[in-house]
Design a protein. Structure first.
Length: 170
């Protein structure tokens, strides 16, 4: 089994769960945040939609500097509607899946570096970065479930039924 064949079923399963959750974000609560230090709901949901691009970057670039010296820093996308957020997620996920499928087997073991201001944050294999990216998506999806629970939004099941989505198991 190739690395892509190993990765893609898990990525697609996690993506389906993430998409179901993004679809539940209430349009009228996009500016809400649970705490002064928290990001607004729209930014968290949009961040989830952006994250598959990090997988693309890990496979197409040798490094990424999020604050390049002499260049513009990374600017997060800000979207104003749930449909735009879901569309962005779908687009970025499709690019990630296509990039993984097109990546040669030996390229997954090559190093990739994340930088900030010209300084290395870390260097890991491209495969490790893809796994970290998937973990990052799962982490923020969990954060989004807390935001939505606090807003009393019924949650879909992720790895089985949720308290709101019994899937017929009453």
């Amino acid at each position: 089994m190739s690395i892509a064949e190993f990765l893609l079923p898990e990525i697609e399963q996690e993506a389906a769960a993430t998409r179901r959750l993004l679809e539940r974000v209430p349009e009228d609560q996009l500016s809400w945040k649970p705490h002064e230090k928290s990001m607004p709901l729209s930014r968290l949901a949009t961040h989830l939609a952006e994250l598959p691009t990090w997988g693309v970057n890990a496979l197409k670039l040798d490094e990424l500097d999020i604050m390049p010296p002499g260049g513009p820093p990374f600017v997060p996308t800000m979207l104003d509607s749930v449909s735009e957020i879901v569309e962005l997620f779908d687009t970025n996920l499709a690019q990630m899946v296509d990039t993984i499928r097109a990546t040669k087997e030996d390229a997954f073991s090559e190093p990739w570096t994340l930088k900030a201001g010209g300084r290395d944050i870390f260097t890991q294999s491209r495969l490790s970065v893809i796994r970290m990216n998937l973990n990052h998506i799962i982490h923020h999806r969990g954060q989004l479930t807390v935001f939505l629970r606090l807003l009393d939004v019924p949650l879909p099941g992720t790895y089985g039924p949720s308290a709101d989505d019994t899937m017929g198991f009453d």
